[in-house]
Design a protein around this ligand. Structure first.
Ligand SMILES: Cc1cc2nc3c(=O)[nH]c(=O)nc-3n(C[C@H](O)[C@H](O)[C@H](O)COP(=O)(O)OP(=O)(O)OC[C@H]3O[C@@H](n4cnc5c(N)ncnc54)[C@H](O)[C@@H]3O)c2cc1C
Length: 394
């Protein structure tokens, strides 16, 4: 390393933490500024765990994959009666957001992980970037990594024309301990990722680590993701009006959906889903919701500032690759920083590959979503429906 740079990371979720750890490992002076007042918590929501997502924990933190993820060997599709209509052997790993977050945070110096620190803006100069905090403080850095997520204010400032589109549907999600469903349902759903695809919708379920991180059968959670269509405008706004009357834009955290929408979700589950899948949905106490977007940017590097993870591209979740993309952005960033003597050249070299990565993921997952939600042409035998980050391979 020729010079020790000061790096500011805006956003301390999975993308920001991975970038911060990798740049710290290179010997740079890294601080994370996270807006949230408290450590982040997403109540264990499941993530398909692709190799990029687990890479830091395995390669640098010495964690074993079996200790931080569940494994399924089968992809199974059911029909309305619950009969298997397609089955193939294919290994997936699943983890939970909390497991990965806690694992990464454990590796980072907590005194450099500043909660309650919103990053409000920045000014670029030849020799530095001045980062403005919401508190009114200013920090000079050599590099600003913006990992501020789907609603990124930096994306809005830096790429005002970013292509930001509502997909036409949302993901209702939830988890339930496998011990809280019947043993028949736990064993039917515990060894596979299970899909049910029906008219203009699909739901999938898989086991993830328990809230305490346990991956032992019987102590895990069953996680569901159910894609359901809402018209843009009043229909979407209505489901996003929370139980306190506040209008949400992007998600409804657990416990905030209005009772009539939760009742409708449960009634539709009982009426339309195979019995085992309906049992899981009905057992979830606080289903939550995330709006599904396609967001594309044509740039991710701006002098000494870059966008990573969902602050750059946001792809529909059908490839289970969002956290993998954020991690891949971070690993490539660290490689570029290691290979260059100045930050601007490093970011300029890093950017084209990351734009291409984001673009292909958004395009592929958009095609998948159109098939399941609008044209009802989802094909379980199409290799495109397998989870992966890149066009080819994992
Ligand atoms: C339904 C659904 C299912 C998904 N399933 C999967 C899956 O199976 N596998 C997978 O890999 N991915 C999945 N994803 C995608 C994944 O959740 C995201 O891609 C990932 O969380 C992006 O991480 P990030 O660090 O870029 O952003 P985020 O996790 O959104 O974090 C952004 C952080 O920035 C902070 N922040 C925001 N603004 C500021 C500011 N101004 N200053 C300081 N801090 C700020 C926020 O508080 C937050 O902590 C799914 C997404 C959805 C919607």
């Amino acid at each position: 390393m020729t010079k020790r740079w000061t790096v500011a990371v805006a956003g301390g979720s999975l993308g920001g933490l991975t970038a911060a750890l990798l740049l710290r490992d290179l010997g740079h002076d890294v601080t994370i500024y996270e807006r949230s007042q408290r450590e982040l918590e997403q109540r264990g929501a499941g993530i398909g765990f692709l190799p990029d997502s687990s890479r830091y924990l395995v390669e640098r933190a010495g964690r074993s994959l079996d200790e931080i993820s569940t494994t399924t060997e089968t992809i199974r599709y059911l029909d309305r009666s619950g009969t298997t209509i397609h089955e193939q052997q294919h290994r997936y790993r699943f983890s939970s957001w909390n497991t990965v977050y806690r694992g990464l945070l454990h590796e980072f110096d907590r005194s450099r992980y500043l909660l309650g620190h919103e990053v409000a803006g920045r000014d670029e100069y030849d020799d530095r970037v001045t980062v403005h905090l919401g508190s009114g403080r200013h920090i000079d850095a050599d590099l600003l990594v913006c990992a501020d997520g789907v609603a990124s204010s930096f994306r809005q400032q830096l790429v005002p024309g970013a292509d930001h589109r509502y997909s036409g549907y949302v993901a209702w999600r939830g988890m339930v301990p496998e011990s809280q469903v019947s043993s028949a349902t736990a064993s039917r759903l515990g060894d596979a990722i299970t899909y049910y695809v029906y008219a203009n919708s699909h739901v999938l379920m898989y086991p993830i680590p328990g809230l305490d991180g346990s991956v032992t059968t019987g102590e895990r959670l069953l996680n569901f993701v159910w894609y359901r269509n809402y018209l843009d405008g009043a229909d979407l706004r209505d489901v996003l009006l929370d139980d306190t009357g506040a209008q949400r834009e992007i998600s409804l955290p657990p416990g905030t959906a209005r009772a009539e929408h939760v009742a409708e979700l449960r009634a539709t589950a009982a009426a339309r889903l195979p019995a085992a899948l309906a049992e899981v949905v009905l057992a979830v106490e606080e289903p939550f919701l995330q709006v599904v977007y396609d967001i594309e940017v044509d740039r991710m590097a701006f002098g000494r500032t870059c966008l990573i993870g969902d602050a750059g591209f946001v792809a529909r979740p059908h490839a289970a690759a969002g956290t993998a993309k954020a991690a891949a952005n971070a690993w490539a960033l660290a490689d570029a920083i290691a290979a260059h003597d100045d930050v601007r050249s490093a970011l300029a070299a890093w950017e084209p590959g990351q734009v291409a990565l984001g673009r292909q993921l958004v395009e592929r997952t958009r095609r998948l979503g159109e098939r399941s939600q609008f044209t009802s042409t989802w094909d379980p035998t199409d290799p495109d429906v397998l989870f992966r980050l890149r066009e080819e391979g994992p």
